[in-house]
Write a protein that binds this ligand. Sequence first.
Ligand code: 8IG
Length: 276
Amino acid sequence: MSKSDLLYSDPIAAAVAAADEIAKKTGIAKHDVALVMGSGWVSAVDALGVPAFECNADELTGFLSPAVEGHSGKVRSYEIDAGDKKMRALVFLGRTHLYEGKGIEPVVHGVRTAVKAGCKIIILTNACGGINTAYKVGQPVLIRDHISLTAVSPLSGATFVDLTDLYSKRIREIVKKEDSTLQEGVYVHWRGPTYETPAEILMMRTMGADLVGMSTVPEAIAAHALGAEVLGISLVTNAAAGVTGEKLNHEEVIAAGKAAADRMGSLLKGVIPKLL
Ligand code: 8IG
């Protein structure tokens, strides 16, 4: 059986296997918090200092090779000073998306691995389109809730999972204490790889959505189902289709991410020690 067969036949066993490999490679039995760095967020992680460990994600059971520019596909471990104690952060630089067409399992494998590696808190970052016309490009927004327009769940079987506090209110309050200018919004998950039409953006706004992107939602569900607390932060890197009349492009996303990296980095560095 190849390393990715296990991902599809028994995804939880694959996550346990990858978590064991991380513990062996890092020499750290248990990590505390995981961060998934989306497009534009990768350089924000520099604020956490020098990693204690780094490997390519595809050296671990179940991880696919990266597909998108700005997603380098590395797994890192950081030691974080949290007053009198030390925390261990597991960082994924890049993620797998539904639009890659490999199914839902690889999309949620990173967060499942993180929970099995001990992480009780999962921080999901992304770059997204702003539907809410009050948002500016370069603005971070805390995800308060989501709408799944893919309706693809990482879960199967008759276990019914409550999602009323999916994006932990406790953690959102901690983050807002760190930066009182932060707003909250509702994130819509769109499969992609096409962006929306202007008519679809109008539909989403009418439904009560503020942000739109192609990630985060399946990972939040998978992490929550395994008992972790979830924080979602979106960086608005473009106005959604039809909002300004401009066309959308990936270079704009990367540039807005680079411009906001310092602010996002110090936000994460400030927040992480207060989470446990
Ligand atoms: I960055 O406008 C980024 N990701 N669906 N729509 C969708 N995903 C995105 C967008 C956007 N911008």
